[in-house]
Design a protein around this ligand. Structure first.
Ligand code: PEP
Length: 253
């Protein structure tokens, strides 16, 4: 962590929880936060977002959607627009999660359009990038992630680039229990920061929060968060239990 940058701890609930579980999880997390300088963001299933926003009233918790389409409105069955996200008062949107890329076939081009739309509507895009196991084994981790960053940021002004949050999530570490070592994660985060610096400048690169995601648990958070370019985490499985998520978001170095 580097205290100059915003520190963000996010929970991606994926397609889990009932409505009651979502609300109880939110209340439990709100009650247990001890590091108020950290931004905590919850990404519930979209159908529960409004209930979770209501449960967050009067707390510092922020809420986001796990996905979004880039058009304002129209005949796009099953999709949600940035206007709708604003309308219900959510602040973040997760874009390019590996499950969206690899199960639902989302391309860099589509993800880029969503990033642009989110910024245009004052929604903070959390842009997920990360390599597959075969790409890591073939020595292509950096080139894969570099391409995802270059395409994701294409055409954004420096001012807009600073509104993006990046989440580095190596696909081989998501939901597998195989966390990247703090050294592997730090080296990729430093590489991502260098990529942003080359696209823009040092000020932009130094201001963008880069979160790590992939099997983050209470017992590995401290090592990861101690790294200078890791500005928080995006947590899947361990964000579904109040105590394990609190143990992560309240970590003390
Ligand atoms: C995720 O869903 O973004 C994630 C990192 O999941 P997990 O923590 O379960 O690996």
């Amino acid at each position: 962590m580097n205290a100059q940058r915003k520190q963000i701890f996010a929970g991606n609930w994926k397609m889990y929880t009932t409505k009651t579980e979502a609300v109880n999880l939110t209340i439990g997390i709100a009650e247990g936060i001890s590091k108020t300088e950290r931004e905590i963001v919850l990404f519930p299933p979209s159908v529960y977002v409004t209930c979770v926003i209501t449960a967050c009233e009067g707390t510092p918790l922020k809420v986001g959607f796990q996905n979004m389409y880039y058009e304002r409105e129209g005949a796009f069955t099953g999709e949600l627009s940035p206007i709708m996200i604003n309308d219900v008062g959510a602040h973040y949107v997760l874009l390019g999660h590996s499950e969206r890329r690899h199960i639902f076939g989302e391309t860099d081009d589509l993800i880029h359009k969503k990033v642009v739309a989110a910024i245009a509507h004052n929604i903070t895009p959390m842009l997920c990038v990360g390599e597959l196991l075969e790409e890591r084994e073939a020595g292509k981790s950096e080139s894969t992630v570099e391409m995802q960053i270059v395409k994701g940021f294409e055409g954004l002004s420096a001012e807009d680039a600073r509104k993006v949050v990046i989440a580095y999530e190596p696909v081989w570490a998501i939901g597998t229990g195989k966390v990247a070592t703090p050294q592997i994660a730090e080296s990729m985060h430093a590489f991502i920061r260098k990529t942003v610096q080359k696209l823009y400048n040092d000020t932009v690169a130094q201001s963008i929060p880069i979160l790590y995601g992939g099997s983050v648990k209470p017992d590995n958070i401290a090592g990861l968060y101690a790294m200078p370019d890791i500005d928080g985490v995006l947590v899947g499985g361990a964000s579904l239990k109040v105590q394990s998520f609190l143990d992560i978001i309240n970590v003390t170095l």
